[in-house]
Design a protein around this ligand. Structure first.
Ligand SMILES: NC(=O)c1ccc[n+]([C@@H]2O[C@H](COP(=O)([O-])OP(=O)(O)OC[C@H]3O[C@@H](n4cnc5c(N)ncnc54)[C@H](O)[C@@H]3O)[C@@H](O)[C@H]2O)c1
Length: 324
């Protein structure tokens, strides 16, 4: 049985990766500092270590005590707005932290890494059609830049130390597991689906829509939403490719765009609640439409998303979130 180290495994996406790995027959070891993660989200079948990727001495023991076959790095900070105010916080965790992980991998001869990157590496997307992996990278905030720099650290390590990588650029991740009691906790989250559901649950008065005069079907911004279980399944599908020394950078999205108003309408239908909206000024740098091509992941990993209907994505998120 192969041993997979999941950093950030107590977080939203990491906890979903843990159960999918376990259900696929891998041994799972989790490293998390529990700053934004929750021990109750970590499946009991996994071995848990508390440590911090910013401090090698806090996690090196994992590599001494276990023979790690691959690392999945989910640990990091995720708030775009905060990254603009506190860029160093993001570079320290999302960039330097990843360098530490790679350094320890090198020391203990671990050859495979899967890395959570983001569509934010593309910056202000100006294409009408789908975004492919060769779209120029030009992040407009420290979050996107911290991830792009981490990508570079990994691809350089691949060349220099013979490390194989799957770098996944996520678009908007949503939903919750249907089989396990895990999902996205709402506190401080800035993603659209949790905010809409907070309004539906009465925890927030209304949702602000940043501009309704974009050149889109209803004037609101269009984005690509991928279900968290589909997303982590791509990670599990990438492992055999790494073990065959195949590396790659892959966009992960649904391939279909939904407008903010469509998302709100869907949430109204799913939750059967009224969702108050207010339209405010556009946000600087927000493009009209960003939709992923995941053709590369489909082709190389033999993967495809199952939750293609946005109602189903919101339904799984609501079923989890309403119980919190
Ligand atoms: N949620 C999204 O839509 C989205 C989109 C693009 C990329 N990503 C990336 O996916 C990854 C996971 O995101 P998430 O939504 O699950 O976030 P999350 O905050 O729920 O999970 C991150 C986890 O990492 C842990 N962590 C943070 N810094 C750490 C450190 N220095 N050492 C050890 N553990 C640390 C946190 O405690 C938390 O459990 C992140 O790297 C994020 O940038 C997420």
């Amino acid at each position: 049985m192969k041993n997979i180290l999941v950093t950030g495994g107590a977080g939203y996406i990491g906890s979903h990766a843990v159960v999918e790995l376990l259900d696929s027959g891998y041994n799972v070891i989790v490293l998390d500092n529990l700053e934004n993660g929750y021990i109750e989200l970590v499946d009991k079948r996994a071995k848990f270590y508390k440590g911090d990727i910013r401090k090698i001495e806090s996690f090196e023991n994992i590599f001494i005590e276990n023979k790690i076959d691959a690392v999945m790095n989910f640990a990091g900070y995720i708030k775009v707005g905060e990254s603009v105010i506190e860029p160093n916080k993001y570079y320290l965790n999302n960039t330097y932290g990843v360098m530490n992980v790679v350094e320890v991998m090198k020391k203990y001869n671990v050859k495979n890494i899967i890395f959570s990157s983001t569509a934010a590496v593309y910056g202000e997307v100006k294409c009408e059609g789908l975004v492919y992996e060769d779209y120029p990278t030009n992040p407009i905030n420290a979050y996107g830049m911290s991830k792009l720099m981490a990508e570079k650290i990994i691809t350089d390590a691949a060349k220099a130390y013979g490390i194989n990588y799957s770098i996944f650029r996520y678009f908007n991740v949503g939903g919750a597991h249907e089989k396990y009691e895990i999902g996205q906790k709402g506190d401080g989250v800035t993603a659209l689906i949790p905010i809409i559901l907070q309004v539906a649950k009465g925890e927030r008065e209304k949702i602000s829509i940043y501009g309704d005069d974009y050149p889109t079907k209803d004037g609101t911004g269009i984005r690509d939403y991928i279900h968290v279980v589909d997303l982590v399944k791509a990670h599990v599908a990438a492992l055999p490719t790494l073990f065959e020394n195949i590396s790659g950078i892959y966009n992960l999205g649904n391939g279909t765009g939904f407008s903010v108003l469509e998302m709100i309408d869907s949430a109204k239908k799913v939750t059967n609640k009224n969702i108050e909206i207010e339209v405010i000024e556009r946000r600087m740098g927000d493009p009209a439409s960003v939709v992923a091509s995941s053709e590369h992941a489909r082709k190389i990993l033999g993967w495809k998303p199952v939750y293609t209907n946005v109602d189903d994505i919101i339904k799984t998120a609501w079923n989890w979130y309403k119980k919190l």
